[in-house]
Ligand binder design. Structure first.
Ligand code: ZEM
Length: 313
C-alpha cells in the first residue's frame, strides 16, 4: 500500500524517514538562516510554532492538537498566545508552494519544521510521524470548539503550569524537559510583553536553560506594562558592573520550575546531564506532536482529534 501513489497522496508520508521527505528537510534547513530575523535564525520561532499547534490538546475532550492545522484560521491565529507566529507560518506556506508540497498537509509541515529546527540547531533527533490532515476552512476548524486560551500564561505559577500540561497529559518530568526549549529564541515586547533571551547563545539547542536558571541570582524587574520578569542583573547595578555582563531573562513561569520542589528535581538533573535532557526532551516533544493522533502498528492514523477527513477506516 505504501507504493500506491493515490493513498500516499491522501495520507501523506507516515514516517519521518520517508525518502520523499528528504528534500523537505533540506528546504526547512535552508529556511533557518535568515540574516534579517532575530539572531539570524528562524529556528526558534519554528519550534514555538510546532509547540503552539500541538499544545492546545485536551485529553478529556479529545480536542485541539496539531491535526487540522487550525492556526491557519482566524480563531487560533488571533489567540494572543500566538502573536508573532504568522511569520513562521508564512515562511512555511511559501516553502510549501515553492517546493510543490501539496501532498504534505500544513499540519504535517508545521510540526516537521519544529523537529528539523531542533535537530539542525544541535538538539536531539525527535521521532516524527506524518499523516495529519488540514481543516478545509475556518468553519470546519471551529466546529469542535475554540481552543483559544489553552496555552500557558507566562506570568503564572507552578500550579497553573501543571494544570495546563496535565490537560495535555504530561507529568512533571515531561513538563520540565519541554520547558528546556527556552534555550532557543527570545521574548518580544510587542508579542508577549516580555523581552530578552534566556541564554547567551539562543540559536544552539542545549541544556543551557537549566544551567542558566541555576547559575544566577534572579532579580524581579517590572516591565511597565503590568508584567514582570526576572533578570540576572540587579536593578541598582552600576553601569560598569553591567558592562561585563550580558542581560538574560526568566519568565515567572520559568522561575516556577526552580521554586517548585518537584520540578526542581528535574531542573537539577537536566542541568547536570545533557544526554538525559536530550533523551527526555526528544520523547516529550515527539509525544506532544502526536497528541490527539491514534495510530495502528504501521503508523497509519486510526483516529484523530480535528478534521473528520483524517479518520481512516
Ligand atoms: Zn515558550 N514562550 N513557553 N515554550 N517558547 C516564549 C517563547 C518561546 C511559555 C511562554 O509563555 C513563552 C514552551 C513552554 C512555555 C519556545 C518554546 C517552548 C515566549 C516569548 C513566551 C512568553 C514569546 C514572544 O514574546 O515572542 C510558557 C509559559 C511555557 C510553559 C510553561 C515549550 C514547551 C516550548 C517548546 C517545546 C520557543 C522556542 C520560544 C522562542 C520564540 C522566538 O521567537 O524566539
Amino acid at each position: 500500500d505504501f507504493g500506491n501513489p493515490t493513498s500516499a497522496m491522501r495520507a501523506g508520508p507516515l514516517s519521518g524517514t520517508d525518502p520523499a521527505l528528504a528534500p523537505v528537510h533540506r528546504a526547512i534547513r535552508d529556511l533557518l538562516y535568515r540574516p534579517g530575523h532575530d539572531d539570524g535564525c528562524l529556528g526558534p520561532l519554528l519550534v514555538r510554532l510546532a509547540w503552539h499547534c500541538a499544545g492546545t490538546y485536551c485529553v478529556v475532550s479529545d480536542t485541539g492538537g496539531s491535526n487540522g492545522g487550525a492556526m491557519r484560521f482566524d480563531d487560533e491565529a488571533n489567540d494572543p498566545s500566538n502573536a508573532g507566529l504568522e511569520t513562521a507560518r508564512s515562511a512555511l506556506d511559501d516553502l510549501r508552494h515553492q517546493h510543490q508540497l501539496s501532498w504534505l498537509s500544513h499540519a504535517d509541515l508545521y510540526t516537521l519544521a519544529g523537529v528539523v529546527a531542533i535537530e539542525t540547531l544541535g538538539g536531539p533527533k525527535v521521532k516524527w510521524l506524518g499523516g495529519r490532515t488540514d481543516y478545509s476552512d475556518a468553519r470546519e476548524a471551529s466546529a469542535s470548539g475554540s481552543t483559544v486560551g489553552r496555552l500557558p500564561d507566562a506570568s503564572k505559577d507552578a500550579s497553573h503550569v501543571r494544570q495546563v500540561f496535565h490537560r495535555m497529559g504530561f507529568e512533571d518530568r515531561d513538563i520540565v524537559a519541554l520547558c528546556g526549549a527556552h534555550c532557543l529564541g527570545r521574548c518580544h515586547a510587542d508579542r508577549s510583553g516580555f523581552e530578552g533571551k534566556w541564554v547567551r547563545n539562543p540559536t544552539r539547542f542545549s541544556n543551557a536553560f537549566f544551567r542558566t536558571l541555576k547559575a544566577h541570582e534572579w532579580h524581579r524587574r517590572s516591565l511597565g506594562n503590568g508584567l514582570y520578569q526576572f533578570s540576572n542583573i540587579a536593578a541598582g547595578a552600576s553601569q560598569s558592573g553591567r558592562g561585563s555582563v550580558e542581560e538574560l531573562m526568566m519568565l515567572p513561569a520559568d522561575m516556577a520550575l526552580l521554586e517548585d520542589p518537584a520540578f526542581r528535581v528535574w531542573v537539577d538533573k537536566y542541568a547536570k546531564d545533557k544526554d538525559l535532557f536530550f533523551k527526555d526532551f526528544a520523547d516529550a516533544f515527539a509525544k506532544l506532536l502526536e497528541l490527539g493522533l491514534k495510530r495502528d502498528q504501521d503508523g497509519r492514523l486510526l483516529r484523530a482529534s480535528g478534521p473528520k477527513a483524517s479518520l481512516v477506516d
